[in-house]
Structures are given as structure tokens and as C-alpha cells.
Design a protein around this ligand. Structure first.
Ligand SMILES: CCCCCCCCCCCCC[C@@H](O)CC(=O)SCCNC(=O)CCNC(=O)[C@H](O)C(C)(C)COP(=O)(O)OP(=O)(O)OC[C@H]1O[C@@H](n2cnc3c(N)ncnc32)[C@H](O)[C@@H]1OP(=O)(O)O
Length: 353
């Protein structure tokens, strides 16, 4: 019997080395292969040895098939070897295993993809493990957003249809036709202050509080308690601006609850506030200014003063202060929404890369 050297095919990843066609012992980083087999040249001894360029772990795993022996060794440290063997000159029997071959950058990409998969799996698993009520929370948020979407859509459609039919004449009737629904939606919106406190959404408590309180002051104090304000055109502009953003914002949240995203809707949710928010604050400021003489006249909510200082302090003085707070609130929430927009589009760009 002759002693022959079999063909050995090799490939690597950052953590592993693959060899094909062998039988095996590993000593001092040198793989010894000796075997008897029946090949093209009849029954023969086959043997070779390979001293690896870098240390490998002592454990060798191998699997024999009728045609070959597959060997897998684990590298001691995860890195890329410029060649397989310590000796610089490639042994004649050694050739790249093109079935498995990858260059360093391809292997790196494969490694990264595996790592990302692993992280995603861990984060999904830990979310499920950490929060057994996740489904319930999402269900509750979905329903809340659906109700708000239906409410604001009703207001928006009602106002739009009336605007088309009656033109400017519809302005004066806005409050009487839509206020009940607006009361309902804005009272419900208090939930948006509670949600971040309960950790149900990643909204800041402060921006949500400014948003909901700001609107409710206008709705309940300025429009709700002064009949003189209720047929003014400004009601139309305030309600129309509020409902325009909400018919995009709530469906966006609904989709987020079912882990879905429509790009156009996301873009609209994070873009149309740019003109709408300042316009909304200006409309609200006009309403506050228009209400001041009415509060002066009716003395509604005026604060009683000690006799020496006069009879009472008109609520309109408080509204002067409120106007300042409103523009500060605009600044705070505009900045918040700008940051949210940047964060949202930055993370989408990163995902696209
Ligand atoms: C005693 C003190 C008195 C103080 C009075 C102060 C007065 C201040 C006045 C301020 C001026 C108000 C003017 C205003 O009324 C004018 C108008 O509204 S005009 C119309 C235009 N308006 C707008 O565009 C504002 C719309 N409103 C909002 O966007 C929000 O209310 C706001 C809190 C401002 C910002 O929203 P948020 O912080 O939640 O940002 P995101 O939408 O990006 O959400 C963050 C993440 O949370 C998830 N989320 C949030 N809510 C929900 C939900 N309901 N269901 C499911 N998921 C939700 C969202 O998906 C985000 O998740 P992720 O981070 O994973 O993307």
C-alpha cells in the first residue's frame, strides 16, 4: 500500500476554520491526519499534517461522508487569518474550498448579520419576558387611538362639508355643531398625560401636559364658558387646525401599536405640525385676546381683592400672563417635535443603510 496525501480544501470565518477530506488528531496547534481509504488509486494510506498560523481550540469536530471528511476547528480568538498554515509557502495538497469560501469583508458582513439577528432575538425575547402585559397595553392604546381618530375625523369631515356648502357662513356655527365631540375628544386626551406617567408610551410628560392643558384652557375656559365667543370665526380656525393634525397623528399611533409603518403617514405626522403648530397657537392667541373684553365686562372668574386694592381683578389679567406662557409652550413643544422628527428620520435613514 502507498501512502498518499489527500486533497485538503479549506475556508474560514472569524471564529472557525473548515477543512475537507481528513481523519484526525490535534497536538500543539498541529493537525495530524492519518487514514486508510479506497480512492481512485485503490486502497491506500492517506496522511498529512498542518500547523496552523494562529492557535486553535483543542476540540476538533468532524463528520465523515462516503466521499470526504469534514472538519471544523474553533479559532482561539476571533480574527481573520491571512493564510491557514504557519509555513508561508502553501502546501501543494491544500486548496481553497470554493463552496464555502468568503473574503474577509463578506465574512464580516455575515458576522454582523448574525450579531444583529442575535440582538433582535434577545430584545424581542426580553421584551416578551419583561412585559407579560404588552399585548394588553398595545390593545388599549390601539382602541384609545381609534376612538380619537374617529372623533377628530368626524369633526374634520363635518367642518369641511359645511365649509363647502355654506362657505364662510359655516364659521359662526362651528361651536354649536362640533363642540360636543370636541369636548369628548379633549377630555379623553387627558389620558395622554397619564400614559407617559404609567410608562405606556415614550412621550415626555411635560410636552403632553402642555399640549392637553393648553387646548383645554381654550376649549373649556375661553369657548366653553363664554357664549359671546362661541359664534366667532376663530372657533373654526382653532378646531380645524387641531383636527387636521390629529387625523394623521392617531392613525400613525394605531399602526405603531401593530408594529406597522406607512412611510407617507409617518412623514405627514412628523412634518405637517411645522406649519400647523404656529398657526394653531396664533389662532388660540386671537381667541384669548378676543375674550379679554368679554371677561372684563362679565367679571366672570374675576378674583376678589382686598377693599383697599379695588373690587376685583379681571380674569383678563391672568389671560395676559397666559399669552406669555402660551408662546413659551409653543417654543417648548416646537423644540420637542423637532427633536422627535430628527430622531424618527435619523433612525429610519440608519435602518435604510
Ligand atoms: C398649569 C400649567 C398650564 C400650562 C398651560 C400651557 C399652555 C401651553 C400652550 C402650548 C401651545 C399648544 C398649542 C396647540 O394647542 C396648538 C395645536 O395643537 S395646533 C395643531 C398642530 N398641533 C400639533 O401638531 C401637536 C400635536 N400633538 C403632539 O404631537 C403631541 O401631543 C406632543 C406631546 C406635542 C408630541 O407627541 P409625542 O411626544 O408623543 O411624540 P411622538 O408622536 O413622536 O411619540 C413618541 C413615542 O410614543 C409613542 N406614542 C405616543 N403616543 C402614543 C399613543 N397614543 N399610542 C401609541 N403610541 C404612542 C409614539 O409611537 C412614539 O414611539 P416611538 O418612540 O417608538 O417612535
Amino acid at each position: 500500500m502507498q501512502t498518499l496525501t489527500p486533497h485538503v480544501y479549506w475556508a474560514q470565518r472569524h471564529g472557525d476554520v473548515y477543512l475537507r477530506n481528513l481523519d484526525i488528531s490535534l497536538q500543539e496547534n498541529t493537525l495530524q491526519f492519518k487514514a486508510q481509504g479506497h480512492g481512485a488509486k485503490g486502497n491506500n494510506h492517506y496522511e498529512f499534517c498542518l500547523e496552523f498560523l494562529e492557535p486553535v481550540q483543542p476540540k476538533v469536530s468532524h463528520k465523515s461522508t462516503q466521499r470526504q471528511v469534514n472538519i471544523k476547528l474553533l479559532k482561539q480568538t476571533e480574527d481573520w487569518w491571512p493564510r491557514l498554515t504557519l509555513q508561508e509557502k502553501k502546501p501543494l495538497f491544500l486548496a481553497p474550498d470554493f463552496d464555502r469560501w468568503q473574503d474577509e469583508s463578506d465574512a464580516e458582513k455575515e458576522l454582523q448579520a448574525k450579531e444583529e439577528q442575535r440582538i433582535n432575538k434577545i430584545s424581542v425575547e426580553s421584551r416578551i419576558r419583561k412585559d407579560p402585559y404588552l399585548g394588553l397595553k398595545k390593545g388599549y392604546l390601539f382602541m384609545y387611538n381609534l376612538v380619537q381618530f374617529l372623533g377628530f375625523s368626524w369633526i374634520f369631515v363635518n367642518m369641511t362639508v359645511r365649509l363647502f356648502i355654506l362657505g364662510q357662513d359655516s364659521f359662526s356655527d362651528t361651536f354649536h355643531t362640533t363642540a360636543d365631540m370636541m369636548y369628548f375628544c379633549q377630555m379623553m386626551a387627558v389620558i395622554e398625560i397619564i400614559n407617559p406617567l404609567l410608562g405606556l408610551v415614550r412621550t415626555g410628560f411635560f410636552p403632553a401636559m402642555l399640549q392637553v392643558t393648553g387646548r383645554n384652557v381654550i376649549l373649556f375656559v375661553i369657548f366653553g364658558s363664554l357664549e359671546e365667543m362661541q359664534n366667532k370665526s376663530v372657533v373654526f380656525f382653532v378646531f380645524y387646525l387641531w383636527s387636521t393634525i390629529e387625523i394623521f397623528r392617531y392613525p400613525f399611533y394605531m399602526l405603531a401599536c401593530i408594529d406597522t409603518e406607512w412611510k407617507l403617514l409617518t412623514w405627514l405626522r412628523y412634518t405637517i405640525w411645522i406649519p400647523l403648530y404656529p398657526m394653531g397657537v396664533i389662532a388660540e392667541a386671537v381667541a384669548v385676546i378676543q375674550s379679554m373684553p368679554v371677561f372684563d365686562e362679565t367679571r366672570l372668574y374675576s378674583l376678589p381683592l382686598p377693599k383697599a386694592l379695588g373690587q376685583s381683578l379681571s380674569f383678563s389679567y391672568i389671560l395676559h400672563l397666559y399669552l406669555v406662557i402660551m408662546f413659551l409652550g409653543l417654543f417648548v413643544n416646537f423644540r420637542h417635535l423637532y427633536k422627535q422628527r430628527k430622531r424618527r428620520f435619523r433612525s429610519r435613514k440608519r435602518k435604510a443603510n
